[in-house]
Design a protein around this ligand. Structure first.
Ligand SMILES: Nc1nc2c(ncn2[C@@H]2O[C@H](COP(=O)(O)OP(=O)(O)OP(=O)(O)O)[C@@H](O)[C@H]2O)c(=O)[nH]1
Ligand SMILES: [Mg+2]
Length: 384
């Protein structure tokens, strides 16, 4: 049976944790028949009886555990400590991040585990899909920050299909997803922002991501710790990840631009040498192609670098064919576009054809055919 461990940081939560064991462990867990459910509380040397209560409960329930966080403090570290323990000591197949303050109501655990059993590698408790919600009593300002903050991160990380990227309630499969993440190296682990990094990497490692509704409840006591510092650090992490994500495309664009310069420069050089026009074009274009091939190979696609003489030659020929394909696209759509908008707007046609047709075509061919960094659905599976 699949073993699912709920990791629950708790710091001075004696009232909540007592009720939580009651509602979650004694009430909800028995309803989940197809998975072995455990609760792992990560305490941070609470001043109240939090740890004591959990220890007491663990004596009569073998699926309740408590550990102390160690010297690193902050919510992120609590989760990281809990995840490591769940993987190494409790042999978890999946872990759930869940807060102790009932903001993540226990009734949502069941559907989350079901989504995992149905094949999801990552399950997001989402406030922004039908059936999910944020607390009604939140002031409009906080609702707006949460909504637009989420929207911003969705855009920066280009994840339009996911609706809640800052939720704290999530399930992650261990094998192939969580065990591939360097937990000690997450960005800003002492702050809320680590959640965005963890989500980003988990989604990257997962084939099937599912969102289940979460009706996020408001905190019962005390004032919220939500503040501008947390918000800025969250946006910062999102922006850094967003740029990292697009790094390859940025490099690809830079190389393309350098190729253009090489082409332009050598056109003049060869012409200056008195070469016939057709040869100046041929040579300068080929030099640009060589430039692009070499730079893309050692920089843009360096993780998939092509080496060895035979492979280099065959791939270089493929690269030339790809470039010829771009030429065909241009010579077909260029004149067609000019026909429509008139020759005085040929520059507009050129920009349009290059940006919307040639660049995507090249980027696709490089990733899918030449350097093969994309696994396409129709490509043959590697035999293992
Ligand atoms: N072990 C541990 N738990 C913590 C720490 N900080 C917070 N927690 C627990 O982590 C969960 C989430 O913390 P909250 O303080 O509710 O943070 P939040 O939900 O982002 O903000 P609120 O709006 O104030 O509820 C709760 O169960 C806390 O008890 C910490 O440093 N160590
Ligand atoms: Mg809370």
């Amino acid at each position: 049976m699949e073993k699912v461990i709920i990791i629950m940081p708790a710091w001075n939560e004696e009232d909540n944790i007592r009720r939580m064991i009651d509602e979650l462990v004694d009430n909800e867990f028995p309803k989940i028949k197809q998975a072995e459910m455990h609760l792992l509380v990560v305490d941070n040397y609470s001043k109240d009886k939090t740890a004591k209560i959990v220890e007491e409960a663990s004596k009569t329930r073998k699926n309740v555990h408590v550990i102390q966080q160690g010297e690193k403090s902050g919510l992120g570290w609590a989760y990281i400590t809990g995840m490591k323990y769940a993987i190494k000591k409790l042999n978890a197949d999946a872990v759930i991040e869940m807060d102790a303050d009932f903001q993540h109501p226990p009734r949502f655990v069941g559907p989350m585990v079901q989504a995992y059993l149905d094949g999801a590698g990552y399950v997001i408790g989402s406030r922004y899909i039908p059936g999910g919600s944020v607390p009604k009593e939140w002031p409009l300002f906080r609702k707006a920050i949460s909504f637009f903050g989420n929207l911003f991160i969705r855009i920066v990380l280009t994840k339009p299909k996911l609706h809640d990227l800052t939720t704290g309630f999530r399930l992650t499969k261990v094998k192939g997803v969580l065990d591939k993440i360097a937990l000690d190296k997450l960005m800003e682990p002492h702050r809320f922002a680590y959640k965005v990094d963890l989500l980003y990497q988990s989604v990257k490692n997962t084939k099937k991501v599912v969102e289940v509704p979460l009706q996020f409840a408001s905190r019962k006591q005390e004032k919220s710790k939500f503040n501008t510092k947390e918000m800025i650090s969250t946006f910062k992490v999102a922006i850094i990840l967003g740029i990292k994500d697009k790094q390859r495309f940025i490099k690809f664009g830079t190389v393309g631009f350098l190729g253009f310069l090489v082409n332009f420069l050598f056109l003049r050089v060869f012409r200056g040498l008195g070469l016939v026009e057709i040869l100046t074009w041929l040579f300068s274009t080929e030099l640009a192609i060589i430039n692009n091939y070499v730079l893309n190979n050692i920089w843009t696609f360096r993780e998939a670098k092509i080496g060895g003489i035979g492979k280099t030659i065959s791939k270089f020929l493929q690269f030339n064919l790809t470039s010829a394909g771009a030429l065909v696209i241009q010579s077909f759509f260029g004149p067609l576009g000019v026909k429509f908008v008139g020759v005085e707007y040929d520059w507009l046609v050129l920009i349009f054809v290059v940006v919307f047709l040639v660049l995507p075509y090249n980027y696709f061919m490089y990733n899918a055919v030449i350097w093969k960094t994309w696994k396409l659905p129709w490509s043959k599976k590697k035999r293992t």
